[in-house]
Design a protein around this ligand. Structure first.
Ligand code: CP3
Length: 343
């Protein structure tokens, strides 16, 4: 084993090494299921205030590392920081999802004026976390993938089936491509700056990749993710990239082959045995415990953990959930998960 995999197990797996015990982190591990997060959020007066305060955001990033000793720390920020930097207003109201204004279904992209400095506090957060993390912990940056980010920019909020954005993409593909290209360009700069300030790997969240037909998936998921990977590899060839096209299902092997990502994240609907048989032979995978099994706990949780572990014994594997940890997850179940994966 190389120095990398011994000193930073998660980074080692991303570079293609197989670990005896898979490294583990959980998507959305910094957040509302932690009492210490809720306390700090209340003190700062909301999500955006927290995410743009480097000292507080660094603290939130470190909270789950201190409590659980995960192998990866994910930057505390949000995928909607990029639309904010592209010039939309961003707000996170209490009890409702995030809002972006004006929605691009009402306004042309050209009417927005980009404000890239809005991302500066994020880079300051990255630098602080990089200086404070234990040496064995891998620091992960992230951004949303263009399709997923576009679904929020077009509708101005989350939507049930991304219908407005799917319609816009068919109605005027050239105008929609301009939105995708603007997100792509900003995202390459954003992730490059995260890397320059200290993240060691990055994840691309394509949370709504599952709503597209195969041809639209090629055009709005595979092509833009490939463009981001190419742009990043040009500037930072050594930094691993994890692609997470949630809901891609049978389109995962094409995504894995065609985007150039170093590793793929699997959601909980993917059969891990199928994934192992159908993904490129040595490609690292991340996933894919059902977040609801983690809420259930007990034997249901143990069996679900063992099934994931067994499927990936022969390939580089990072243990994770299939999607973000839910706010009502009991802390003791997270402890039980860690104990089982690590013994
Ligand atoms: O632990 C971490 O992973 C922290 C960083 C992080 C957040 N959001 C913080 C956050 C990450 C990686 C994200 C990703 C994100 N944000 C995604 C992709 C992953 C996914 O879950 O599919 C998406 C689609 C968003 C957009 C977003 N941000 C929504 C829909 C919401 C509201 C609903 C929700 O999930 O809470 C947010 C708010 C948000 N982002 C919170 C946090 C901790 C909750 C804010 C609060 O009320 O404190």
């Amino acid at each position: 084993m190389s120095i990398t995999s011994e000193s930073k197990p998660l980074l080692g797996v991303l570079k293609g090494m197989r670990a005896e015990t898979p490294p583990i982190w959980l998507m959305r591990q910094a957040g509302r299921y932690l009492p210490e997060y809720r306390a700090l959020r209340a003190e700062k007066g909301g999500f955006l205030a927290l995410a743009t305060d480097p000292e507080a955001a660094a603290e939130v990033t470190l909270q789950p590392i201190r409590r659980f000793g995960f192998d990866g720390a994910i930057l505390f920020s949000d995928i909607l920081m990029v639309p904010w930097a592209l010039g939309q207003d961003l707000s996170f109201g209490v009890g409702e999802g995030p809002r972006l204004a004006p929605p691009l279904m009402d306004t042309a992209l050209a009417s927005l004026a980009a404000v890239p400095e809005r991302l500066d506090p994020v880079y300051a957060t990255v630098a602080r976390v990089a200086a404070a993390l234990p040496p064995e912990t891998t620091f992960l940056g992230f951004a949303g993938s263009p399709w997923t980010v576009a679904t929020y920019m077009v509708a101005g909020q989350g939507s049930k089936d991304q219908g407005e954005t799917r319609r816009a993409a068919y109605r005027d593909p050239l105008a929609f491509a301009e939105i995708i290209d603007a997100i792509t360009a900003m995202t390459v700069d954003y992730l490059s700056a995260q890397i320059e300030n200290g993240v060691e790997a990055v994840q691309l969240f394509d949370s709504w990749a599952g709503s597209l037909s195969p041809a639209q998936f090629e055009r709005w998921v595979i092509a833009p993710n490939a463009a981001i990977v190419a742009g990043l590899k040009e500037r930072h060839p050594e930094t691993p990239i994890i692609g997470f096209p949630k809901g891609a299902g049978g389109k995962l092997p094409a995504y894995a082959r065609e985007t150039g990502v170093d590793a793929v994240g699997l959601d909980e609907t993917v059969d891990p045995v199928w994934a192992d048989a159908n993904l490129p032979k040595h490609m690292p995978v991340q996933g894919n415990l059902d977040p609801l099994a983690l809420i259930a706990g007990g034997t249901a949780l143990d069996e679900a953990i063992d099934r994931v572990l067994a499927a990936f014994v022969d390939r580089p594997h990072i243990f994770n959930l299939g999607h973000g940890i839910l706010p009502d997850t009991p802390i003791e179940h997270v402890e039980a998960l860690l104990a089982r994966v690590r013994t």
